[in-house]
Structure formats: C-alpha cells, structure tokens
Design a protein around this ligand. Structure first.
Ligand code: FE
Ligand code: FE
Length: 292
C-alpha cells in the first residue's frame, strides 16, 4: 500500500504544525478575545483548509485496525536506533526545520513553551518533563512515516468511528467501515472495557507512551498516550469504552491540553539558558539512552 502513495499522499501538509494550527481553530482558547477568534475563523477559508481536509482524508482512509497492528509490530520492538533524549530532540528539530523553512516555531520551541507554562503554574517536575517531551514521538516522521501516521486526532480502531471525529465522512473509504467485525458500536471491545484494552490509531502519542511506560508516573503516561485523542477529551465520543480509572486519569489529560494548545508566547523561551534545568530533569527520570 505504501509504495502506491505519492509524495503528495504522504505529506499534504506543509508542516506537521498545520495540524496543530487547525486544532486551535477548532478549539479556540476560551479566554481569547472575539477578535482573535474571528481571525481564526478567517483562517478556515485559507488554502490550509484544503490541505487539512486532504490530510484527514488520508488519515481516515488508511488508519485501519490491521494498519495499527502492523505499525506496532514494526515500531514496538524499538530496534531502529538508540539515542540520548537530547540527540532525539536535535534529530526531531532538524527534520521539521528543513521541511518547512518558514515555520514560525520549531519543535523544541513548542516543547519548551508547553513545559515552561506548566512550570510557571507550579506543577510537579514530572508534569513539566511530560510537557517537554510530549511530541518526541514525532521522530516517526524521520523513519519515513507519512504525516497521517504521525499526527492528527487519534481515535479507537476496531469499533465504529464516532461522527464527532473531525471529517468523519472520510471513514467511508476506510475498509474497516465495511467490516462487520469492526463497524458496530463496540466492535471487538466490551462495554467500558477500559482504554488500555483499546487500540488507537497509530501516531506519535502511542509510540512515545510505549517508550516511556517504565519511567514516568501514570498521569504523565495518560497525558502522553491520549493528548491527541480529541474525540474523547474534547468531544466525549467514547465514554462507552472508558472505565472509571480512565475517567479519573483523563482529568490529567484535560489539564495538559491547554498547555499544548495555548502556550504560544510572543517571546520564545531561551533554550540555551534553560538547558541545565532540563538536563537535570531528564536525568532524574530517564536512562542515558533511549531505544527508538
Ligand atoms: Fe502532540
Ligand atoms: Fe504538542
């Protein structure tokens, strides 16, 4: 399947950041002024809308249950390469910069703005670290994964796609939509079975969760694993698969989301000056090298 995809098919977005920009349009900051809200709305008519649509068409068409099983087999052996946390950050930053020279914000800046906003609010150090690393799974792009298999709102596979998922009409082109094993409300799952038993569409969330699951406290792991699960944390579209423990833990996912979406500041944080603080923080929780 992959070989039949052209470059345009794998990368309709100018940069992965386009997806995040679109999220802010869809979910504007509650405290933002009306003026900036309408500025966001004008955005909707821009060329970006077309590329976002195309991005979701591909994502919804190709993210099948079998696709996820295949990616798990491929990536969860973690035998691609070994890097320190900082090498991974550099690695991620370079690619995103090269692919989009006029992007306003590189990945490191997004991570730092997220984590610094969390730190400024006095949250515990593991929460700050979570903010700092939450998008590191985007290195998947560097291993040749198409944009639609790295970013985008995530959703459960193996059961019916909620109509509350953005551009849900595109699921009609997904083979699972026509597969009786997968197209009922619960599909292969049991009512309120808990998200740990539910397979999510493949992307940077699940990949990083699997890499970090031995090192961080559970709330941090929920934030990493479900931060792109907008259909649930914003739309409550999958309550029927959640158990009470998930609901408790999603309070943390909800707490994290505004830092991810609304932490852009006019003056970017000084990465160099902040480096010693983050070096200590990373060393406190993570081993010297990580397997990707
Ligand atoms: Fe993310
Ligand atoms: Fe992010």
């Amino acid at each position: 399947m992959k070989s039949s995809l052209s470059e345009k098919d794998t990368a309709p977005l100018k940069s992965m950041e386009d997806w995040e920009e679109d999220l802010i349009i869809r979910y504007p900051e509650p405290k933002s002024s009306n003026k900036s809200r309408s500025a966001y709305r004008n955005y909707e008519n821009s060329a970006r809308t077309k590329t976002i649509r195309e991005f979701y068409r591909l994502n919804h068409t190709y993210q099948t249950y079998d696709f996820v099983v295949g990616k798990e087999k491929e990536y969860l052996q973690f035998n691609k390469r070994e890097m320190s946390f900082w090498e991974a950050i550099d690695f991620l930053n370079k690619l995103v910069d090269d692919s989009d020279p006029d992007t306003s914000l590189d990945q490191l800046q997004h991570l730092l703005q997220t984590s610094e906003a969390i730190r400024a609010d006095g949250h515990p150090d593991w929460f700050v670290l979570t903010g700092f690393m939450h998008d590191m799974g985007k290195v998947l792009c560097l291993f040749g994964e198409p944009q639609w298999a790295v970013v985008g709102d995530t959703f459960p596979v193996g059961c019916q796609h909620s109509e509350k998922i953005v551009y849900s009409e595109f699921f009609q082109d997904n083979p699972d939509y026509h597969d009786d094993r997968f197209n009922s409300k619960y599909g292969i799952y049991q009512p309120n079975c808990g998200l740990d038993h539910v397979k999510m569409s493949w992307g940077h969330d699940e990949y990083l969760y699997q890499m970090m699951k031995d090192y961080l406290p559970e709330p941090a792991l929920y934030m990493i694993r479900y931060h792109s699960f907008y259909p649930q944390h914003r739309e409550n579209a999958y309550d029927h698969l959640m158990n009470d423990h998930d609901r408790k833990m999603f309070k943390w996912v909800d707490k994290f989301n505004p830092y991810d979406l609304y932490s852009k500041v006019p003056v970017p944080p000084d990465a160099k000056a902040l480096r010693p603080y983050y070096e200590d923080l990373v060393a406190k929780f993570l081993p010297e090298t990580l397997k990707f």
